[in-house]
Design a protein around this ligand. Structure first.
Ligand code: ADP
Length: 472
């Protein structure tokens, strides 16, 4: 049988079995933040008018062009950041520090439309269509505007003020937008006049300005902290993400560590009281090496499982003084190097499960007493079908729509990757099973499906990791 035929057969079987597997999962909790994304198309005329009406602001912006601030305190900081991103066609994200500036942006620029933001909020909306009995999502502050962005689904809940599960659509308190991540999008070629300069975007991209004072300091909602331990026995999985919006330092002299440690403690105590609750941390792209290291040192010891992509693995290895291995992973996409990198990370952290996703394959290392190799593989196969269908139609649809992901062809390079790993693991059957054994762990590989013209890829990594973790 050809490799294609073998894997198509494995895919069919895995997806067929996954429906009842989802139905039998007691409950999945998602933390720690949901927010509101405010999409705003950059309209040059509007910015030119703002500058024309305020000559002092225009002069300051002009003088500071090219010196991007580390955070946004004033309207000038916002405009300097936005113009810099536009001029270079480079994505840039800055936190807004001052409420007066948040009000200024709302008044002068506003937003075109709102959509769900934050990793937990997005995961909740993507996982809710699956046949999962119970999903609990963390959302603070949960105002009417935030609540309306959650999909209306019978299996989706927040913790209300009495510590009971309630639908976000009825549990919200108060109205208003207290946190918003502005996404200023601009197309290639957009021209903006600043003084006597004409700034032009070399490519389409976005500038993100985030006002999120509570979640930027990871201030866990007291109600959630109080009630989650009481109901945690009703849940089997807890997926944690979202620490990428921490700042290195805050104006009041505190640092990321001030806020990360109490969260680590909460996770550690929750796990101690509920050892059967499986915790997964989903990595994100984090520019600050100290915050990245802080997550490795404080958060990873509290969780069972980790999800990350190849760039994130390389960044973590670089932080662990493994620059050559990091480079091999980044530049050559060598399977043997990716495997070695994951092994170093698993050895160094004691994580029981690590799942890496890259374009064309996923690779997991899992302790043999955590789950069987087959269950781990089948969870990842389902994740790949879900990712393929969501890339094709832009959303997680009905079960029949999810099944269309099966029709997407396997990634090119699958055979070479399987051969490289068979050799590294000295295991001949590997190409036909994707499951090998080494040092008390299963090494599990799945070739994935790649959609040629994807409609939507943002947040795909989170979806792949969370669905595969729940099933496997
Ligand atoms: P995000 O941070 O947006 O969640 P990641 O970079 O962590 O994204 O993960 C994106 C993953 O999505 C890739 O590793 C790959 O496995 C998958 N993916 C990306 N593009 C496609 C595509 N066109 N078809 C199928 N899968 C894709």
């Amino acid at each position: 049988m050809s490799i294609q035929a073998i894997w198509n057969g494995l895919y069919e079987k895995a997806v067929h079995n996954s429906r009842t597997s989802f139905e039998s999962v007691p409950g999945v909790a998602l933390g720690f933040h949901s927010t509101i994304d405010g999409l705003k198309r950059v309209v040059p005329q509007k910015i030119e008018n703002i500058l024309a009406e305020d000559p002092a602001l225009a002069e300051e912006v002009l003088n500071r062009l090219g010196n991007v601030p580390t955070e946004i305190c004033t309207p000038a900081d916002l405009l300097v950041g936005l113009i810099d991103s536009l001029q270079n066609g480079k994505a840039l994200q800055l936190m807004i520090r001052e409420e007066t500036t948040y009000n200024w942006i709302m008044e002068h620029l506003g937003y075109d439309n709102l959509r769900m933001g934050g990793t937990s909020g997005n995961m909740a909306n993507s996982l809710a269509p699956l046949p999962l009995p119970k999903l609990l999502v963390y959302a603070n502050p949960l105002t009417k505007e935030q609540a309306e962005l959650f999909v209306d689904s019978d299996n989706l809940f927040v913790l209300n003020a009495d510590g009971k599960l309630q639908s976000p659509q009825t549990a919200w308190r108060g109205e208003g937008i207290y946190a918003i991540h502005w996404i200023f999008e601009y197309p290639q070629g957009l021209k903006l006049n600043v003084g006597d300069k004409v700034i032009q975007a070399p490519r389409a991209n976005r500038f993100i300005a985030a006002w999120n004072p509570i979640n930027n300091k990871l201030q866990l909602e007291p109600n959630f902290v109080k009630h989650l331990p009481r109901i945690a026995d009703d849940f089997s999985h807890f997926i944690i993400s979202g620490f990428h919006i921490l700042s290195e330092e805050y104006p009041d002299g505190t640092t990321w560590e001030t806020y990360l440690r109490p969260v680590a403690r909460f996770l550690r105590e929750t796990k101690k009281e509920h050892p059967d609750l499986r915790l997964h941390y989903e990595f994100a792209s984090i520019a600050s090496p100290s915050i990245r290291k802080g997550i490795v040192d404080h958060i990873l010891p509290t969780v069972d499982s980790l999800g990350l992509n190849e760039m994130e693995l390389a960044a973590v290895l670089r932080d662990r003084e493994e620059p050559e291995l990091a480079e091999e992973i980044e530049k050559q996409s060598s399977m043997a190097a990716v495997l070695r990198g994951l092994e170093r990370l698993a050895d160094g952290t004691g994580l029981r499960r690590i799942q890496l996703h890259d374009l064309g394959y996923y690779l997991a290392l899992v302790e043999q007493d955590y789950v069987s190799g087959e269950l781990c593989r089948d969870g990842m196969l389902f994740g790949a079908v879900l990712a393929a269908s969501r890339s094709s139609i832009g959303k997680v649809g009905t079960w029949d729509e999810i099944l269309t992901g099966l029709e997407v062809p396997l990634a090119k390079g699958t055979e070479a990757r399987l051969q490289a790993l068979s050799k590294a693991l000295e295991c001949d059957e590997f190409a036909g099973t994707g499951i090998g054994r080494k040092n008390g762990r299963y090494i599990v590989f799945v070739p994935t499906k790649i959609v040629e013209d994807p409609v939507l890829t943002v947040g795909l990594g989170d979806l792949i990791s969370s669905s595969a973790f729940i099933l496997g």
